[in-house]
Write a protein that binds this ligand. Structure first.
Ligand SMILES: O=C(CO)[C@@H](O)[C@H](O)[C@H](O)[C@H](O)COP(=O)(O)O
Length: 411
């Protein structure tokens, strides 16, 4: 539910992106970005640890230096090169909070409320704390990095107005410059994106699975900027979260069903090919007279964010959804597996548009084999929304059980 981004040093950017979910009992939470420290057991300045037990919680601090607190130099990794040489921001995709951690918070502030209201109180507080942590990065990068995302309830994925209202409410209660309101790119929510952007609220558009929906998302962003009454658009920003690995998971199954040598040979190629074409579309849409008119008012491009980057098929290279998607002004959200693999043996070079004709070839060949890209997008979107809803429901159920067991919430 939350995405966090940060830089490790003023000049060396790396980012953290995280999903907030309760886990089994542990004494504390870590909002952590472990780079070299994870792999050679040294503490680096990029490590953040936030204890959730209020009694233990200290001031939130972001260290922005090339040395840790003991003066030990921070080891450079390929993540520094990703940002400095290729302009891609790596974000870490894993934040969790054990359920037991929520109990003191429930006890302190949400007595007598329904469980969803309790949930939002907890989330808003966490997001505010995280925003404070990442604010220096937001300022250092002139509102390019340092965001924390909080998603509107996935139960609203079919409601245009409900989503706009939820986004306005969340933006108001979180009340931080560097918060991204996360909205799914469902057919119902594309118009919400336009409305929310037009109100000057920055948006992380999530669950994008197809080129046609991606184009609609870009148009909603452009329409929203144009409809905004603001003279300065430089603080209204957006990322478009394009999901990658899930495309291969679904299309590979279809190719295996087709079963011909040509079909089998295309396994593991669809997702990266579609992502490369998404980048081509991004370049096209964020150029030309319409875009230039918005740039005159300070508008910033809606950056492509690669989501779902961990490799699901162990037969594939473990950097499959990171290495071929490197390009300027993009974000790569990496969970542990992808991050560790890339730091260990990832190569940094601009790859995203190095072979567009090959990507077109793969895309068209799949179509000729009967793969309907629109159907693929629809199915993945339905599954994606459903899975976000299930996580949300199960999180609320868990909270309710815990609260009931302490008799803290009266229904
Ligand atoms: O939603 C966004 C970005 O908006 C992602 O960060 C998202 O949380 C994760 O990348 C995905 O849910 C992970 O996808 P997957 O590896 O389960 O396919």
């Amino acid at each position: 539910m939350a995405t966090i981004s940060r830089l490790s040093t003023p000049s060396h950017a790396a980012s953290v992106s995280s999903t907030l979910k309760p886990r089994s009992a542990q004494p504390k939470i870590l909002i952590g970005f472990y780079r070299s420290s994870d792999f050679n057991a040294k503490v680096s300045s990029s490590k953040l640890a936030v204890r959730s037990n209020p009694a233990l919680r200290g001031p939130l601090v972001v260290k922005c230096s090339k040395a840790d607190g003991n003066g030990t130099p921070v080891k450079r990794t390929v993540l520094h090169d990703l940002y400095e040489k290729e302009g891609q921001s790596p974000w870490y995709d894993n934040l969790c909070r054990p359920v037991t951690d929520l109990l003191p918070l429930i006890a302190s502030g949400v007595r007598g409320k329904d469980i969803e209201a309790a949930y939002w109180e907890l989330v808003v507080k966490d997001i505010q704390d995280a925003c404070k942590l990442f604010e220096p990065i937001y300022d250092q990068t002139n509102a390019a990095d340092g965001y924390v995302s909080v998603e509107v309830s996935p139960r609203l994925a079919d409601e245009t107005k409900g989503t706009v209202d939820a986004a306005k409410w969340l933006h108001k209660v979180v009340d931080r410059r560097n918060v991204y309101i996360k909205i799914p790119a469902t057919a119902a929510c594309v118009p919400s994106i336009k409305d929310v952007i037009s109100l000057g609220i920055s948006v992380n558009v999530t669950l994008i699975f197809s080129l046609s929906r991606y184009e609609a998302v870009i148009d909603a962003y452009l329409d929203g900027l144009e409809a905004s009454g603001l003279n300065d658009l430089s603080k209204v920003t957006s990322v478009a979260s394009f999901f990658v690995s899930r495309v291969d998971t679904l299309i590979d199954k279809k190719l295996e069903k087709i079963g011909t040598p040509e079909a089998l040979d295309l396994r593991g190629k669809a997702a990266v090919a579609q992502a490369a074409l998404a980048y081509k579309l991004y370049q096209k849409k964020f150029s030309g007279p319409r875009w230039e008119a918005l740039v005159k008012k300070g508008a910033k491009k809606q950056r492509l964010l690669w989501a779902s980057t961990s490799v699901k098929n162990p037969a594939y290279p473990d950097t499959l959804y990171v290495a071929p998607l490197i390009g300027p002004d993009t974000v790569s959200t990496m969970p542990d597996q992808a991050l560790q693999a890339f730091i260990d043996h990832g190569a940094v070079s601009r790859t995203i548009d190095s072979n567009v004709s090959e990507a077109e070839g793969v895309y068209n060949a799949l179509e000729k084999l009967g793969i309907d890209w629109s159907d693929v997008g629809t199915q993945l979107e339905l599954e994606g929304v459903d899975s976000f809803k299930k996580s949300f429901d199960s999180l609320l159920d868990t909270l309710q059980e815990k609260a009931n067991s302490l008799k803290l919430v009266s229904l």
